[in-house]
Design a protein around this ligand. Structure first.
Ligand SMILES: [Zn+2]
Length: 336
C-alpha cells in the first residue's frame, strides 16, 4: 500500500513549512522513541494557502477517545482547495496520539498518566507533558487562531457546544466571534480563565491567541450521528476560516444561539448510573438529575441540580465512579 506520509523530526519548523505556498502535505513528527523502538508522534496536516494570510491551527484528541474532532479535521483537510486560500490550515488529528491508539482518555504508557488538557503548557516529562510543551512552543505559539475540539468520549453525551473566552479583551472578542460563527446553537461563555487550570484554550488566551473549544458527541452518538457530527465540524471550521479571511465568502449568520455558563456536577457514590434528565432538559434547583444504585438495586446516591439551568451533557456509561463529573448544567447568561 502506497502512502504519502512525510516523516518529520523534532526540529520541524512551522514557519518554514508555511513557505511552501499552495501545497498540501501531512505526516508524523517523531518526538521520542519508546523502549521497543517505535516512535511517539504528533500527526500533522498542512494546507498552505497560495497567498499569505492567517494560520488556523485545529487539533483533536487531547483526550484520546474524542474522535469526532479527528474525523472532522480529516474531512476538512480533504475538502480544502489551497489555490484559493489566503492563509493556512494546520490540522492535528490526534494530538494525544498514544491515547488515541489506546482508545482511552489518557496515555496509560506514561509512568504517571496525565490529563493532557489539564497540564498546559506541559513540561519535560512524562511523555504526554513533553508532547504538550513541544506543541505549545512549535505550533500554538505560531498560530493566529486555534480550535481545540473535544467531545463526550467513551463515557459522556455532550450537546454540541462551543466554549469561548468570556473575558473583556480584543482576543476574547475574537474568540467569541469564532464561537458565534461556528454554527452550534449552544455557546459556553467561560469567564474563569484566571484559574490557570492548564487547559489549552486558556493557555492560548494567555499567549494572546484567540481560541475556541467545540465539544460534540460521544460514543453514545456514534451509531447514528457520526457523519452528521463530522459534517458539523467541517462546516464550523470552514466558517472560522471564512471569518479569518482564509477562505473567500461571507460568514453565514447563526441565529438563535444561547449562551451558558456551564458547571460540572459531581456525584458522591459510584454505582449504576441512571440519568433522569436528558440533554437540553430545563431543570430547577433541587430536581433529580440522576439516580445511582448499588449492585443490589438499592439507591446509594441521587444527583441533584444545584441551580436552575439546562442540561448540556451527562454521563452515559452505565456505571459511574465515585466523585465523577456526571452532569454538565448550564446557567443562561444574562444579556447575551
Ligand atoms: Zn476532551
Amino acid at each position: 500500500m502506497q502512502t504519502n506520509i512525510k516523516e518529520y523530526d523534532e526540529s520541524f519548523d512551522l514557519t518554514q513549512a508555511l513557505q511552501k505556498k499552495g501545497t498540501k502535505e501531512y505526516g508524523f513528527i517523531h518526538l521520542a522513541q519508546r523502549a521497543n523502538g517505535s516512535w511517539v508522534n504528533i500527526p500533522i496536516m498542512l494546507a498552505v494557502g497560495a497567498q499569505d494570510g492567517p494560520t488556523l491551527v485545529v487539533d483533536a484528541c487531547n483526550h484520546g477517545d474524542e474522535y469526532e474532532g479527528t474525523e472532522g479535521i480529516i474531512k476538512t483537510f480533504e475538502g480544502l482547495d489551497v489555490s484559493k486560500m489566503k492563509g493556512s490550515f494546520i490540522g492535528i488529528p490526534a494530538l494525544n496520539a498514544e491515547a488515541f491508539a489506546e482508545m482511552k482518555r489518557y496515555n496509560t504508557l506514561d509512568f504517571v498518566p496525565q490529563d493532557l488538557n489539564r497540564i498546559y503548557p506541559g513540561g519535560t516529562g512524562p511523555m504526554t507533558a513533553y508532547v504538550c510543551s513541544w506543541y505549545c512552543e512549535n505550533i500554538i505559539k505560531k498560530a493566529d487562531a486555534v480550535i481545540c475540539i473535544h467531545g463526550g468520549g467513551n463515557s459522556e453525551y455532550l450537546e454540541p457546544v462551543v466554549l469561548y473566552c468570556g473575558e473583556e479583551s480584543p482576543v476574547a472578542y475574537k474568540s467569541r466571534e469564532m464561537a458565534q460563527c461556528f454554527g452550534f446553537k449552544v455557546l459556553w461563555k467561560n469567564t474563569r480563565y484566571a484559574e490557570n487550570s492548564g487547559i489549552e484554550d486558556e493557555y492560548a488566551y494567555q499567549m494572546g491567541i484567540p481560541c475556541i473549544t467545540p465539544e460534540i458527541g460521544g460514543q453514545c452518538t456514534r451509531m447514528y450521528q457520526r457523519d452528521e457530527h463530522k459534517q458539523m465540524l467541517e462546516t464550523g471550521i470552514r466558517n472560522v476560516m471564512t471569518l479569518l479571511g482564509i477562505l473567500e465568502g461571507s460568514v453565514p449568520a447563526n441565529e438563535g444561539v444561547h449562551h451558558y455558563d456551564i458547571d460540572y456536577i459531581y456525584n458522591r457514590n459510584g454505582g449504576i448510573h441512571v440519568p433522569v434528565k436528558k440533554a437540553m432538559d430545563s431543570v430547577r434547583k433541587g430536581d433529580t438529575l440522576s439516580i445511582i444504585t448499588n449492585l443490589f438495586g438499592e439507591e446509594v446516591d441521587r444527583v441533584i441540580a444545584p441551580f436552575d439551568g439546562v442540561v448540556i451533557g451527562y454521563w452515559t456509561y452505565s456505571v459511574c465512579p465515585p466523585h465523577g463529573w456526571v452532569y454538565m448544567v448550564g446557567k443562561p447568561v444574562d444579556g447575551e
